[in-house]
Ligand binder design. Structure first.
Ligand SMILES: Cc1ncc(COP(=O)(O)O)c(C=O)c1O
Length: 422
């Protein structure tokens, strides 16, 4: 409630303030943000200036960033300019100078503490997961252990592996798991069998929005001689990701979600020590095995890579810790509000270390579409239904462009839907 007062109090201040500027460059963005006061989680003027960089038409409450992000104006413009430049000019495409595409790799690698040679820009998590699953050097009897919380994009790759090479797959049931990191690690460890060779799991689950203790799970898995594959579709850009600290072999992400890179761009990280676990890609770069061999280095549009580099600059102009703290604060506020509504069960833990910027909940007796359809059709709120792992309900994203006003509207809509359920 204190948070609510603070948010609506700051709104009044915002109304009095000058009109918000849509920045074309990073310098303009920094000036604009700098003119709003301190870069702090609770400075609503700052976050309104951030929101102004995104193309909102005012009628949509877009709280489904976890499915797909919306491009900041400058990232879209950078792409459009590159597309225009790349097309035939004076009857010739040969003279066009493309902006350096390697910037995308370098900036992405720096963001996640990887070497650029360990990073490939793919199209999304699904593609990256398939590259790993189909390329891993495994015996047909080697088992893949994954969980009941995987998104189809992090799961279908193992079905493909099974169909092509016969590797057995088993799912660890994580329904309503213990809210204790060590107990969670123990659950994973107890599920390992002698034939298990690969452990594949999410950093932040798409179902209950749990942040799993990746570093501890990877350390345990390494001791057991397993290959670890982490589906970070819901993490890069939302929370700090340091792949060296996490210690996994492979890490993928759909950066088009929380890092706001162009649609059709994502991450494949292959740790230097894991390059030999996986076979050839499109290019070998002089024989040295790097992640770049899995990237489309052939003729293509450079516009997404140019937009990608700018999206990382956009993110860095605000900074990972501030973005992570803002999302956690907003999600924490929403969790508290939703938990107070009779009939609502919030599945996302309150604990900061086990959660991030999304909130999942169910309403007793209602299916996912019972909740999501009225949210969208009656209240204009875009959420994501819960389908995997045996849950029913909805997931709300608290992205940097969302406001407390929107979260207030989510809470009151859920309250009304819950009160009117049969
Ligand atoms: C955990 C997880 N993995 C994979 C995916 C698939 O992402 P994409 O469609 O970008 O490949 C999603 C999408 O929401 C996801 O949440």
């Amino acid at each position: 409630m204190a948070r609510q007062k603070q948010a609506s109090g700051s709104k009044k201040t915002d109304r009095k303030s000058r009109s918000l500027k849509v920045a074309d460059t990073i310098d303009e963005l920094k000036n604009e943000l700098g003119s709003t006061g301190p870069a702090e989680v609770d400075n609503e003027a700052y976050w309104r200036a951030v929101r102004a960089q995104f193309p909102y038409n005012g009628s949509i409450r877009y709280t489904n960033n976890g499915t797909i992000g919306i491009l900041p104006h400058m990232v879209l413009q950078a792409q459009i300019a590159t597309l225009k430049e790349a097309e035939v000019q004076d009857g010739d495409t040969g003279g066009v100078t493309y902006p350096a595409p390697h910037e995308a790799h370098e900036k992405l690698a720096a963001l996640i503490n990887a070497d650029p040679s360990e990073v490939a820009v793919t199209r999304n998590s699904t593609e990256s997961m398939n590259i790993i699953a189909l390329g891993l050097d495994l015996k047909p009897e080697d088992e893949i252990l994954t969980t009941t919380h995987e998104h189809y994009g992090g799961w279908s790759c193992w079905q493909n592996r099974n169909a092509l090479f016969g590797n057995p797959i088993r799912k660890l049931d994580l329904y309503d798991p213990p809210e204790d990191e060590d107990e969670l690690v123990r659950l994973f460890e107890e599920a390992i069998r002698p034939e298990t060779r690969v452990l594949s799991f999410c950093h932040v689950t798409c179902t209950t929005a749990w942040r799993l203790p990746v570093r501890k799970i990877c350390a345990m898995a390494r001791k057991r001689g397993l290959i670890t594959v982490i589906d970070g579709a819901q993490s890069v850009g939302m929370i700090g990701v340091d792949v060296k600290d996490l210690g996994g072999d492979f890490y993928v992400s759909s950066t088009h979600k929380w890092l706001f890179t162009p649609k059709g761009t994502g991450l494949l990280y292959v740790d230097d020590s894991a390059q030999e676990h996986i076979g050839l890609g499109y290019y070998t770069h002089g024989g040295r095995l790097t992640a770049r061999r899995f990237e489309n280095n052939a003729s293509q549009s450079y516009a997404p890579l140019v937009g990608f580099a700018m999206a990382v600059d956009f993110h860095n102009a605000i900074g990972t810790p501030l973005i992570e703290d803002r999302g956690a604060a907003m999600a924490g506020w929403l969790k508290t509000r939703l938990s107070d509504i009779p009939g609502v069960r919030v599945w996302t833990p309150m604990s900061r270390s086990l959660s991030a910027s999304m909130v999942s909940f169910s309403i007793a007796g209602m299916t996912s579409s019972d909740v999501g359809t009225p949210l969208r059709e009656r209240f204009g709120i875009h959420s994501r239904g819960l389908y995997e792992g045996g849950y029913h309900g909805a997931r709300i994203s608290c992205a940097m462009h969302n406001s407390y006003d929107e979260m207030e509207q989510v809470a009151s809509a859920v309250s009304e839907i819950a009160a009117n359920r049969c």
